[in-house]
Design a protein. Structure first.
Length: 201
């Protein structure tokens, strides 16, 4: 996926390079103040970001962590594992990184969401599909939306307490409502198909 880069951010007196959206997302995950490994960051993104943006792959996360360290936005250290496995590298946001992500979230233009809805595209070509196949596509989408709704609800309930976590909790609630709407829209479309079929000769 090709990402647009926001303009360079001035953190303190230094002009810093622009980051892709995934870089800001990874830095944002670090902005809650915890020391996290790449594996920890992937788990966090799977429990929050993927409901409304996307969940970066491990390779993307590690690539962005290297970029963040090079920019001075994050630092890392090796931590010995109690299990005898190889040492684990953990990352923490720097003061420069916190200033940069704070500036980005406050000042960078917010791009409107781009809808790429595979189900709608498939139904738009419904003249090439049998009615039963259209209903099958909608039924699967309904199941997916309901599964995601339940996961967002559960992950929102598990969100940590504290002022910093209040916004992620609210966004997970928005995600729950979004997937509720997707489920209900699928139901409405199924009813529309039934109504259309009743009118057709």
């Amino acid at each position: 996926m090709t990402e647009k880069r926001a303009g360079a951010v001035s953190a303190g007196d230094a002009e810093r390079p622009a980051l892709p959206a995934t870089g800001w997302a990874v830095l944002g995950l670090l902005s809650f103040g915890e020391e996290l490994s790449g594996y920890d960051l992937k788990k966090r993104s799977d429990r929050s970001l993927h409901f409304f943006y996307w969940s970066p792959s491990f390779s993307q996360i590690y690539g962005e962590l290297k970029r963040l360290e090079k920019a001075g936005y994050a630092s890392s250290r090796l931590v010995a594992q109690e299990t005898g496995n190889r040492d684990k590298r953990v990352y923490v946001i720097t003061d420069e990184g916190m200033a940069a992500v704070r500036h980005w979230v406050r000042e960078a233009p917010v791009e409107p969401p781009v809808l790429k809805h595979g189900v709608m595209l498939r139904l738009w070509l419904g003249h090439l599909l049998e009615g039963d196949r259209m209903r099958e596509v909608l039924g699967r989408h309904r199941e997916y939306a309901e599964t995601m709704r339940r996961r967002a609800e559960a992950d929102g309930a598990d969100t940590r307490a504290g002022e910093a976590w209040s916004s992620p909790s609210l966004v997970l609630k928005w995600s729950e409502r979004y997937y509720t709407a997707e489920r209900d829209l699928a139901d409405a479309m199924l009813a529309d198909l039934d109504e259309r079929d009743r009118r057709l000769p």
